[in-house]
Design a protein. Structure first.
Lengths: 288, 377
């Protein structure tokens, strides 16, 4: 996606936001530190896993309420159109969120007003533990836009994704909203507390990994076309692992936020108003 | 929608079914900061005050736009946005379908990207459809992003009961929104309040819930020359002493300020001098002004139209008990809406919302409780 767009095009997504953040230019340290709730985190430890943002790269989060990011994304597109920018917004959501009413409300307005909004359904076929055929009467998410055109894309093929995003951006700037359904898969469970195997077979998971893994696909292509050697690829992987390990170590060194941070950023402009801790006679603060 | 006659100087009778008299509007706000007050002050309805505030802020900042149902071609369900479509065009005065969750979310998203939306809810009852965006997408964003994403949005519209609109159209949301850190919640009463607070809200970098009142839209209030200036702004988080007194503090907001002022007139005749505080702001709540007043009068009566449990009065009572317990000569009294969904029949509806006699009765209770004689005014 990033290869097809600029950092002035906006992205907004749900809670599976870590890699989007990295794609927008966020660092590994900021990511790991935020997951650990440390000062060096991208949200200074105040947001957590679901609330990574990078406003200077037009990445607007990081949202925990399923579906909310879609109207928000249409709002970003509204602002882009209001300001007559030549940029678009990618509002990303999952197959689980695809049934949310607010998505259709926002899509209707985006279509009425020709907003440059691209709705990207990352269809990994499971909304938490519920398979798509149990949640959606019509799991053809790219068709659910009705009057809004949709494209189904092999989400495990990086080149297809790039082409689709390039196409969608051109389309949205001229014609208004479009839906991209990216056919993909989630190897792990929904979250740390989900083993991911109670609602599907292990064979299914390993099958996808063997047949469709996107990185493996690229690796094979590179080797087949002699663009790099096995060793060079292994070195890249080693380097990446090293960077990750270093970032994790650095993140562990980062301190927890100061206790005064409990009361910062409640408002952009607090007028010195009072806020309270759990025992208001014990802890009060003045909001700047 | 009720058409309330403009008040004429000289005291024409007001046709409001809630019995808000016209003469109390002539009361000069005792502690107002008017520099150029003259007895020939201009009058303005709350509706015109809001309309002029929107107009001026839209003229001053091209990022300000209005969005909501019927705000454009219909000229506003209550005519608050009258004339704005003609002046600013459909890109800045945006009619929406009846999809509150959708357009509230679109408004918040546009605020993320630096626009300054004014989102109208036809009444705040419908804001419940969009409440996730108000609270989770707007109020909490600056905090969760450690200051990266502020949300300069205003959600405005009529709040609380009108007259005869039934249970689903009569709820007051001051207590609900007032409990959320990250929001600012404003409750104008007079036309000066409406102008000054709406302008402040639009200029504010944080999300503001602006609770108006349908029955106040047609009421006229005197406005000073200062208030008519396009740079006029009222501070957020500061209450106003509408009437000074020394025997009891009465807090109120929105339409209840008018009722409290009327009650104060009646109490005066019975030898009780009531200090009436117009809260103007539910969040931040001006605890300082309230406590200073109670330390002076030693008695407190809170008035609101909303449901009593966990209401605004409950918070004010707790605040005063925590900060000024030793100064209270009587238990705190609360007048609030009845603890029932709003009935339709006019007699039952009258019982469901505070009337002036309720305020008078509760104030007297607070004054005789200690058994000592109350000095005559």
């Amino acid at each position: 996606m990033e290869a097809a767009i600029t950092k002035k095009d906006c992205i907004i997504t749900a809670y599976r936001d870590h890699c989007i953040f990295l794609g927008r230019g966020g660092t590994l340290l900021e990511s790991f530190a935020e997951l650990m709730g440390r000062k060096a985190g991208c949200s200074r430890g105040k947001g957590g896993s679901m609330h990574f943002y990078k406003k200077d790269a037009c990445f607007f989060g990081g949202h925990g309420i399923v579906g909310a990011q879609v109207p928000l994304g249409c709002g970003l597109a509204f602002a882009q159109k209001y300001r007559k920018e030549d940029h678009v917004t990618f509002a990303m959501y999952g197959d689980g969120a695809a049934n949310q009413g607010q998505l259709f409300e926002a899509l209707n307005m985006a279509a009425l007003w020709d907003l440059p909004a691209i709705l990207v359904c990352e269809n990994n076929h499971y909304g938490m533990g519920t398979a798509e055929w149990r949640a959606a009467k019509s799991p053809a998410y790219y068709k659910r836009g009705d009057y809004v055109p949709g494209l189904k894309v092999d989400g495990m093929d990086a080149f297809a994704v790039k082409q689709a995003c390039k196409f969608a951006k051109e389309h949205a700037l001229k014609n208004g909203p479009i839906i991209l359904e990216m056919d993909t898969y989630r190897y792990h469970g929904h979250s740390m507390s989900d083993p991911g195997s109670t609602y599907r077979t292990r064979d299914e998971i390993s099958g996808v990994r063997q047949e469709r893994d996107p990185i493996e696909r690229i690796r094979k292509l590179i080797l087949a076309h002699d663009i790099a050697t096995e060793k060079e690829l292994k070195d890249i992987e080693k380097q990446a692992r090293k960077e990750v390990d270093e970032a994790i170590a650095q993140a562990k060194e980062s301190p927890m936020p100061d206790e005064s941070e409990l009361f910062t950023n409640v408002y952009r402009k607090g007028f010195g108003v009072e806020s309270f801790g759990t025992d208001r006679k014990e802890l009060r603060a003045s909001l700047p | 929608m009720w058409g309330i006659l403009r008040q004429k100087v000289g005291g024409a009778t007001c046709l409001s079914p809630q019995g808000v008299g016209s003469h109390m509007l002539r009361l000069r706000p005792v502690t107002s900061a008017l520099r150029n007050y003259s007895s020939a002050a201009k009058e303005m309805t709350v509706r015109d005050a809001l309309n002029s505030a929107l107009d001026e802020e839209m003229a001053a900042d091209p990022n300000v736009f209005v969005m909501g149902e019927e705000v454009g071609e219909y000229q506003g369900a209550y005519k608050i946005t009258k004339g704005l479509l003609d002046k600013y065009g459909p890109e800045r005065v945006v009619d929406t379908p009846i999809t509150e969750a959708g357009f509230a979310g679109i408004g918040v998203g546009s605020a993320y990207h630096g626009l300054r939306p004014v989102i109208e809810f036809m009444t705040f009852n419908f804001s419940m459809q969009a409440i996730d965006h108000i609270i989770n997408s707007a109020a909490k964003s600056n905090y969760m992003s450690a200051g990266q994403i502020n949300v300069p949005i205003v959600f405005r519209g009529p709040n609380g009961p009108a007259a005869g609109v039934g249970a689903q159209h009569s709820q007051c949301y001051a207590a609900w929104y007032g409990s959320v850190p990250g929001l600012k919640v404003l409750v104008p009463y007079s036309s000066e309040d409406a102008r000054g607070l709406l302008k402040a809200a639009i200029r504010d970098p944080d999300p503001v819930v602006f609770l108006e009142n349908e029955l106040l839209y047609g009421e006229s209030f005197p406005v000073s020359a200062e208030a008519l200036d396009s740079s006029f702004c009222l501070p957020i988080g500061k209450a106003k002493i509408e009437r000074e007194g020394k025997d009891i503090t009465i807090t109120a907001f929105s339409k209840m300020v008018g009722y409290a002022l009327k009650a104060a007139e009646i109490l005066k005749k019975e030898g009780i001098s009531a200090e009436v505080i117009n809260l103007r702001s539910i969040r931040p709540l001006d605890r300082a002004t309230i406590n200073v007043s109670v330390r002076k009068t030693n008695r407190l009566l809170t008035v609101e139209e909303g449901f009593p449990q966990h209401g605004v009065g409950a918070e004010i009572c707790a605040s005063v008990v925590e900060d000024s317990f030793g100064y209270l000569d009587a238990p705190v009294e609360r007048i609030a809406g009845a603890d029932v969904p709003t009935p339709y029949a006019a007699n039952l509806e009258r019982m469901a919302f505070p009337q002036i006699e309720d305020i008078v009765r509760a104030a007297k209770r607070a004054c005789y409780r200690s058994g000592t004689m109350v000095a005559t005014a």
